[in-house]
Design a protein around this ligand. Structure first.
Ligand code: NAD
Length: 479
């Protein structure tokens, strides 16, 4: 069993109260680690350490900060086996996916190490000849980074990379039930030579430790990924001190398949994006709209491909899909399926746990396809965060776009078509922060990622991702 301490001011520490919690493997419900649980007081100590470290870290050169981030990336790569294993054991995802997540996080560190050197200002003519203006950007201060359990390593790297490169110091709060791998990532930054207090991590309940990070005036920026409701709470509480916030929240992503789409490509993309990580991805395919002229063929290929997916313990190299993260997630999935069936959906596959003794423990569930879906169903409106692909047919593209936009969320939307004008028409009309045209992933390290509507605001990744850790300062010169 692992034991995970917190990192405050460069030291691995227990919580002041000594309180611990047991982290369990979602594949068999066995204990995998004991972690120390912080109180508000521990969180304050971490914030104070970050505050103390800020002037030193923000005043060294971006090149020196880059060296630490590059070294941290290298350490994460060297430790990929160990961190990946922790991630599978605490979160359930297949080991190959877990290791890929760790390696992707190392790439994020490398990217922002260099992006930190490209924080440029501007020199401007004054409105008359007697003045000139200079605009510079400076780090915002202590940043609190709060993350969820579905990609606990990667989503934290998206925040640590730009924050640390910009010259901010950080206190991270990984998800309370999956803090192990994320903590290791932060330790890599510390071990790479970040001075004490630059990176800190506290474990514990969102309502206590997370709330302290949000409410305490020391943190000047809150970078949050998680549920829309939690984001709403954070936004209202961060208002008291007018903190900078970026909120990456829930999603309910549509996937439109036009009559002229390459069917094999669309089917493969749809299965992968609907079910990988057991549908527990903010940009998962949640609603499928398929042109009625190709619906029968599309649906039958979708079912055939889905039935080939192997569900099991993420440590088994043959497995495509691990367990769901928790009983709560699995129950929500069951509830959404029951609601849809009661409102007229037809179950084409899945809809239950896999049969067999090896699934008697853990939170396994079969990938599920529902046809005959409509917008009165919860699965078409709420975020399930589970492996369900509900399908509706459409006659005209405008109908599909209108249905796709009939959501309070706006994180990602996908369209498969081989006609350029259709693609351009749809990508301009779809209401989402990321549109995938003939591609099932809107995340790219170089490009901005974030939501519209109740999927939040602020952008991560690319050059956009560093902006929210910077303040703008105008200096005016009188001549
Ligand atoms: P969550 O909101 O329950 O928790 C996220 C984090 O916030 C956890 O670390 C939690 O402890 C903390 N927290 C909870 N209450 C808090 C409070 N009052 N103050 C401060 N922190 C608090 O979300 P979750 O269940 O861990 O994650 C699933 C959600 O995350 C889904 O809605 C999913 O769509 C969303 N998500 C969004 C993105 C994105 O980029 N938009 C990416 C991944 C996941």
């Amino acid at each position: 069993m692992f034991q995970s301490k917190m990192l405050i001011n460069g030291e691995l520490v227990e919580s002041l109260s000594g309180e611990t919690a047991i982290i369990r493997n979602p594949a068999n419900e066995e204990p995998v680690a004991e972690v120390f649980i912080a109180s508000r007081q521990d969180a304050r100590l971490a914030l104070e350490a970050a505050q103390k470290a800020f002037s030193g870290w923000s005043e060294i050169s971006p090149t020196q900060r880059a060296e630490v981030l590059h070294d941290a990336a290298e350490l994460a790569r060297q430790r990929v086996e160990e961190i990946g294993l922790m991630l599978t054991l605490e979160q359930g995802k297949p080991l190959t996916d877990a290791k890929r997540e760790v390696l992707a996080s190392a790439d994020v560190f490398d990217y922002y190490a260099e992006e930190g050197k490209r924080i440029f200002g501007q020199w401007m003519a004054g409105s008359n000849l007697k003045s000139r203006s200079l605009v510079i950007k400076q780090p915002v201060g202590v940043a609190a980074l709060i993350t969820p359990w579905n990609f606990p390593v990667d989503l934290l790297a998206w925040k640590i990379g730009p924050a640390v490169a910009a010259g901010c110091t950080i206190v991270a709060k990984p998800p309370s039930l999956a803090p192990l791998a994320a903590t290791e990532l932060i330790k890599a930054v510390n071990d790479a030579g970040a001075p004490p207090g630059v990176v800190n991590v506290v474990h514990g309940r969102g309502s206590e430790v997370g709330a302290e990070l949000v409410e305490n005036p020391i943190s000047r920026k809150i970078a949050f990924t998680g549920k829309t409701d939690t984001g709403r709470w954070i936004m209202s509480h961060a208002a008291k001190h007018m903190k900078r916030i970026s909120l990456e929240l829930g999603g309910q992503s549509p996937f439109i398949v036009c009559e002229d789409a390459s069917l094999d490509r669309a089917v493969a993309a749809c299965v992968q994006r609907a079910f990988s990580n057991m549908g527990q991805i903010c940009i998962s395919v949640n609603r499928i709209y398929v042109d009625e002229t190709i619906a029968e063929e599309f649906i039958s290929r979708l079912v055939v491909r889905t039935l080939k997916l192997k569900v099991g313990n993420g440590l088994d190299p043959e497995v495509d899909l691990g367990p769901m993260f928790s009983q709560e997630q699995r129950q929500k999935t069951r509830d959404h399926i029951a609601d849809a069936l009661q409102k007229g959906a037809v179950l084409l596959c899945g809809g239950k746990e896999p049969d067999g003794d090896r699934y008697s423990k853990g939170f396994f569930f079969l990938p599920t396809i529902l046809s005959n879906a409509n917008h009165s169903m919860r699965v078409m409106k709420e975020e399930t965060f589970g492996p369900i692909a509900p399908i509706m047919t459409f006659r005209k593209l405008d109908e599909a776009i209108q249905l796709a936009n009939d959501s309070e969320y706006g994180l990602a939307a996908y369209i498969y078509t081989n006609t350029l004008s259709t693609a351009i028409y749809a990508m301009e009309k779809l209401e989402a922060g990321g549109i995938g045209v003939n591609i099932n992933n809107v995340v790219d390290l170089q490009a901005p990622f974030g939501g519209w509507k109740q999927s939040g605001f602020g952008r991560e990744l690319g050059s956009y991702g560093i902006e929210s850790y910077l303040e703008v300062k105008h200096i005016r010169f009188g001549l």
